[in-house]
Design a protein around this ligand. Structure first.
Ligand code: ADP
Ligand code: MG
Length: 138
């Protein structure tokens, strides 16, 4: 099934000037970019995006990180986009992510892990709508 998922290139990866490399890898792996924008999240916008994690001990640190500088938000389209993009990202902790994954290549640790990807169809719907209107998707 053709799916859409939300991808974020996080502030660590954008400030390291690795956004272009990530986009190149996404295209080479068959993902179609149907929406893309560079934005800077306010602390409140980062808190809204990560509301599911509001009771976690790392919530403050995570939302500080996500609002420290610009991000690149994209909607990716592909067969099985959600699962395939999660696999391409690698696991949350960059130091444990498999060689060749985006987090192994561009992440630093469990928090500063370079990229985000939706984890289910319901999450993808919420997350895409958080950043994009239907008119912005091509
Ligand atoms: P994922 O992004 O792999 O879906 P989670 O949804 O569990 O991971 O967490 C959201 C984000 O919060 C992670 O990508 C990472 O930036 C951060 N994070 C997760 N766990 C921790 C932790 N134990 N300590 C610090 N930051 C964390
Ligand atoms: Mg998650």
């Amino acid at each position: 099934m053709i799916e859409r998922t939300l991808s974020l290139i996080k502030p660590d990866c954008v400030s390291a000037k690795n956004a272009g490399k990530v986009i190149d890898i996404l295209e080479k792996n068959g993902f179609l970019i149907v929406g893309m924008k560079k934005i800077k999240l306010s602390k409140e916008a980062a808190e809204g995006f990560y509301a599911v994690h509001k009771d976690r001990p790392f919530f403050k640190s995570l939302t500080d990180f996500m609002s420290e500088g610009p991000i690149v938000a994209m909607v990716l389209e592909k067969e099985n986009a959600i699962t395939d993009y999660r696999a391409l990202m690698g696991e949350t902790d960059s130091t444990k992510a498999k060689e060749g994954t985006l987090r192994a290549q561009f992440g630093t640790d469990i928090e500063r892990n370079a990229v985000h990807g939706s984890d289910s169809p319901d999450t993808a719907k919420f997350e895409i709508g958080y950043f994009f209107s239907e008119l912005e998707l091509v």
